[in-house]
Write a protein of this length. Structure first.
Length: 94
C-alpha cells in the first residue's frame, strides 16, 4: 500500500501524527547519503510491525515529502494511524 509521509528532520524520532492523508514522521538522522531515508524505513517498519524489507521509499528520495510502499493490510494501517494524534492537513501539491 502507498503511504504519503512528511519527514521532519531534527525532531524526536517516531510517528508524530496523521492529517488524514499523510503521516508526519520525526527523524533524528541527517539527510546525508540516505541516512534519513534508512532511519525512516526503520521507524515505519518498527511501528507497523513489518520487516524493513517490506518498506521502500517509492518517491521523494531527496524530498521531505515522500511516498512509501509498505506491505501491510489496509485495515491494520487504518487502525494504527487512527491511534495517532490528528494533525491539521498540510497544503501541498504532493
Amino acid at each position: 500500500m502507498k503511504v504519503k509521509v512528511l519527514v521532519k528532520i531534527g525532531h524526536r524520532q517516531g510517528l508524530m501524527g496523521w492529517d488524514g492523508e499523510r503521516l508526519t514522521v520525526g527523524i533524528d538522522a541527517p539527510p546525508i547519503d540516505g541516512a534519513a531515508n534508512k532511519k525512516l524505513v526503520e521507524v515505519i517498519s518498527d511501528r507497523f510491525g513489518v520487516a524493513k524489507s517490506l518498506v521502500q521509499v517509492a518517491r521523494g528520495q531527496t524530498s521531505r515529502y515522500k511516498t512509501l510502499e509498505v506491505e501491510i493490510a489496509p485495515e491494520l494501517f487504518r487502525k494504527l494511524v487512527h491511534s495517532l494524534p490528528q494533525l491539521p492537513r498540510q497544503d501541498t501539491l504532493l
